[in-house]
Design a protein around this ligand. Structure first.
Ligand code: PLP
Ligand code: COI
Length: 356
């Protein structure tokens, strides 16, 4: 007989709360953390007691493998509160599945679905007052796993910690997003870990992104590592292009994260009868479409950034501005998605998941 894991999770409440110090009308992204976190340790070949505990530091031996070999994976999710104070998640089982796809690639133990879902729900119920209701804000949720096992031998750790931390957050991007099409550096490679949410994938992006920022761009558009001729991702977002009235995005591969926002946008576009093409998109095609006026929109899509319009792109020392248009797909998709997320509209796809 299966055990109901929700009754097994222990909850130790914090003696004081930081919530009164938080300005919920001016939330940054991912800077404020809540009073509690969910933790579960892996040792002796199995996941141990799942717990909700006061938010606290993690103390590790300096030889812990996370510090040396970067065995670390994470997810990004959000919780939303509606006008009746009901709490909602968006396609959470997709994140649960994806963290285990990442775990497998990084030689880490998979985390059971019931531990993930019940841990998440228990934590969100404890932190319910922290879920913002200010427009455009939500509770950013960061499940992550790190290798806590010790030793300098370059091999997978024998101990791990699964954690869920929460951060009431506002918008990811403050203003306009201009992107630089990357011609030298690569985010990922064939046979690599680009499809996984591995910590190191992000560390490797920081330097090229800093170089792009110094030139006045906010993000890098990653191109394929082999030829740098085809666009693949926009920083920590999947990328979409609108040429004429057709919506284009590249197929996922072992270099590209299979984004949940991306597949939701494709489903909405198909439902709305928008022509969608999932195929390679060359930089040459973008430049030509920009020059002949058919490039109408570009936008990034991801949990943190939702749908983020791109104002223009830089390529080979030249800037290509995107026009301001009426009936923007980006605006339309953002509204459809956020209306479902915040329980403001019907959810014909069954994506919304109530925490109760
Ligand atoms: N691509 C990368 C590299 C990301 O880090 C993210 C963020 O999670 C995405 C795409 C978008 O994925 P999702 O829509 O599942 O958040
Ligand atoms: C997300 O969109 O949730 C992400 O994980 C992006 C993150 C690197 C901020």
């Amino acid at each position: 007989m299966s055990v109901d894991i929700s009754t097994k999770i222990t909850v130790k409440k914090a003696s004081t709360s930081k919530i009164s110090e938080v300005d919920f009308d001016n939330l940054p992204f991912g800077q404020v953390t809540t009073d509690h976190m969910f933790v579960c340790d892996y040792k002796d070949g199995k996941w141990q007691q799942p717990q909700v505990v006061p938010y606290q530091n993690i103390s590790l031996d300096p030889s812990a493998k996370i510090f040396h070999y970067g065995q670390s994976i994470f997810e990004g999710m959000k919780a939303y509160k509606d006008n009746e104070d009901q709490i909602w998640l968006f396609r959470p089982l997709d994140n649960q599945k994806r963290i285990n796809i990442s775990a497998k690639r990084l030689s880490m133990p998979e985390f059971p679905e019931d531990y993930f879902m019940e841990g998440l729900k228990t934590l969100l119920k404890v932190e319910s007052n922290w879920i913002p209701k200010t427009p455009g804000s939500s509770m950013y949720i960061r499940p992550f796993v790190l290798a806590t096992g010790n030793g300098f031998h370059a091999s997978p750790a024998d101990e791990y910690k699964f954690v869920i931390a929460c951060s009431p957050s506002g918008a990811y991007f403050g203003g306009e997003v201009k992107v630089l099409i990357e011609q030298n550096y690569s985010r990922s490679a064939n046979g690599g870990v680009g499809f996984a949410k591995a910590g190191g994938n992000y560390a490797g992006q920081f330097y090229p992104t800093q170089l792009a920022k110094a030139k006045g761009y906010q993000q890098v558009i990653w191109t394929d590592d082999n030829t740098h001729e085809y666009i693949e991702e926009a920083g920590a977002m999947n990328v979409f292009v609108r040429i004429g009235d057709t919506l284009l995005t590249c197929p996922t591969s072992d270099r590209i994260l299979d984004g949940i926002t991306r597949k939701s946008i494709i489903a909405i576009a198909e439902e709305e009868g928008i022509p969608v093409e999932i195929r390679k998109i060359s930089v040459k095609e973008l430049v030509e479409a920009s020059n002949n006026g058919t490039l109408k929109e570009m936008f990034g899509a991801g949990t943190a950034a939702v749908v983020s319009p791109i104002a223009g792109f830089g390529f080979q020392d030249k800037d290509y501005d995107l026009p301001t248009i009426e009936n923007s797909y980006a605006v339309r998709f953002k509204k459809r998605i956020t209306d479902i997320q915040y329980n403001r509209a019907e959810d014909p796809f069954g994506w919304r998941y109530q925490v109760k």
